[in-house]
Design a protein around this ligand. Structure first.
Ligand SMILES: [Zn+2]
Length: 270
């Protein structure tokens, strides 16, 4: 799934190529995404207008036009790229075409993403309950520690809960817990402040590194520059169950937590 670093990379890749350009047309080939695409509304709102800003909130992209906003989510395997008219691929569901004929093209093979319009993203049902950004100022060990008291949920679920903090997907949660030497099954309420401080630093570090690498871990992600974006980063535990721990040589174990596989080292992670 496109994770926070892929969404941030997408934002940085398309930002300068789409802002302040007049939109000449919109083509919706498939309106049946996770929620129906409001095709006519998008045309009414955007044609002959432009995007004046773009930002990311969790894994959502929010594009501003006049005083209103387009919310885009890339779903399980979607991408958003600058494309040429002729290079249409299967699952390229939406084109936003600019006056200079460049195209912002949305591809979403599994159609779990969204393209929605709102006049207030802060009160939108998809965004209003989101926790802080992991790379923002209000995210730190103390924040996690305070919120986790008396919670019996496994720490991995706790940090993957977008109401607690946004954008910590399975890969990043697994890797950060390994680096912080915390077993993913530990009850969130029983983890110390010091461990939460280490964990929050590891989360920030791994997300930052991944963004720096143009980050993606997904095979079919297409970078906004139209190059295949497969910069798989060095992973210590994710996807390595049954293999040796790179630190202690123990065999890495896998446990299903909240329906997600969670690989950990039984010796390094307590
Ligand atoms: Zn180990």
């Amino acid at each position: 799934m496109p994770e926070l670093p892929e969404v941030e990379t997408t934002l940085r890749g398309i930002e300068s190529l789409i802002l302040n350009k007049t939109i000449s047309s919109i083509i919706v080939r498939q309106a049946s995404l996770r929620w129906p695409v409001p095709t006519q509304l998008l045309k009414d709102k955007l044609i002959n207008k432009n995007f004046s800003g773009i930002k990311r909130r969790g894994k959502y992209l929010i594009l501003q036009s006049s005083e209103e906003f387009l919310i885009i989510h890339l779903g399980m395997s979607g991408s958003l790229r600058i494309a040429q008219k002729e290079n249409l691929k299967k699952h390229d569901h939406i084109d936003i075409i600019f006056e200079d004929e460049s195209i912002l093209r949305y591809c979403d093979p599994r159609r779990f993403g969204c393209f929605l319009w709102t006049d207030n993203p802060n009160s939108h049902f998809l965004l209003k309950n989101l926790g802080p950004e992991p790379l923002g100022n209000s995210f730190n060990g103390k924040y996690l520690f305070d919120l986790s008291r008396k919670r019996r949920t496994p720490i991995k679920n706790f940090i993957m809960n977008s109401k607690i903090v946004v954008g910590v997907g399975n890969i990043y949660a697994s890797e950060a817990l390994f680096k912080a030497k915390i077993r993913p099954t530990r009850q969130a309420g029983k983890v110390s402040l010091q461990s939460y401080e280490t964990l929050s630093e590891e989360i920030v570090s791994i997300l930052g590194q991944s963004i720096d690498q143009g980050g993606t871990t997904l095979r079919d992600f297409v970078g906004s520059d139209n190059k295949p974006g497969y910069f798989k980063q060095q992973l210590e535990v994710y996807g390595r169950q049954g293999k040796e721990c790179k630190i202690c040589d123990s065999t890495l174990k896998n446990k299903i937590i909240g329906q997600r596989s969670s690989v950990f080292c039984p010796k390094c992670q307590k």
